[in-house]
Design a protein around this ligand. Structure first.
Ligand code: ADP
Ligand code: MG
Length: 228
């Protein structure tokens, strides 16, 4: 019965999210439809295409993140060093950070091994670092450090010099569709919290408006590593 109730809970949660996704998708679809109608009457308007492409991009973002949220817990766990994941994430974000005039500085014990689904953890750091980059419209520095926590945990700390957040905003992090950005999906952190729940770790945010934000991602270290 408990199993059944959990399934019902899960279905209710997914249904609730689906309703939200449908709502979020309606705006870009309505906009694209309008511009296609305009194009039909008025050929050659280059800016219509730009608007439509931006709306398609938004649709793609919402759908990609939604598909991720509906997935069950992954079974493709492996042992991988934090550095391997972070190098990959940096490569992925290179263009975006260059464009925003941001330097990402990586320090600490990157050889530490965690037991994880590397695709999910890569996505988690991409989500968090993207937010930091987007919080720094005038460029600057992001510090990423890998720090052992006792002998059974590892913390990855991300410090940005961005716009920061008020107490109220901090409380709302992880809420579905909560975004302060014009082109935000408001799903990035919800996904990140879910990924860390799957990995039996946690994320902690602290922030000061106009000063910046610190994100701490903590993983338990697996038994294999502590035995060696
Ligand atoms: P999105 O990036 O699509 O808006 P997220 O779930 O990634 O959605 O983030 C939700 C909100 O949390 C953002 O819109 C922003 O207001 C706030 N936020 C997250 N990270 C930071 C950060 N590093 N600095 C300032 N605000 C942040
Ligand atoms: Mg985001």
């Amino acid at each position: 019965a408990e199993e059944f109730l959990r399934k019902i809970d899960r279905l209710a949660a997914v249904g609730h999210l689906a309703a939200g996704v449908a709502h979020e998708i309606r705006n870009p679809v309505t906009s694209i439809k309008g511009f296609v109608q305009l194009l039909k009457q008025d050929h050659g308007k280059q800016e219509y295409f730009d608007i439509m492409l931006a709306e398609f991009q938004q649709l793609e973002n919402i759908l990609r993140e939604f598909v991720f949220l509906t997935q069950e817990r992954s079974s493709s766990y492996e042992q991988v060093s934090v550095g391997t994941i972070l190098d990959n994430v940096m490569a992925h974000l290179q263009e975006k950070s260059l464009h925003h005039k941001i330097k990402i500085d990586l320090t600490g014990e990157q050889e530490i091994i965690i037991w994880c689904d590397p695709t999910q953890i890569r996505q988690l750091f991409i989500n968090i670092l993207s937010n930091s980059i987007e919080a720094m419209p005038n460029g600057g520095m992001i510090q990423v450090s890998v720090l052992p926590e006792g002998h059974d945990k590892v913390m990855i700390r991300i410090v940005d010099e961005g716009c920061g957040m008020s107490e109220e905003r901090l409380k709302r992090l992880g809420e579905p569709f909560y975004s302060t950005k014009e082109k935000g999906t408001g799903l990035g952190l919800m996904i990140s919290y879910k990924i860390m729940e799957y990995h039996q770790g946690y994320i902690h945010f602290s922030s000061e408006p106009q000063q910046g934000t610190t994100v701490e991602v903590v993983f338990p270290l697996d038994k294999v590593r502590s035995a060696t």
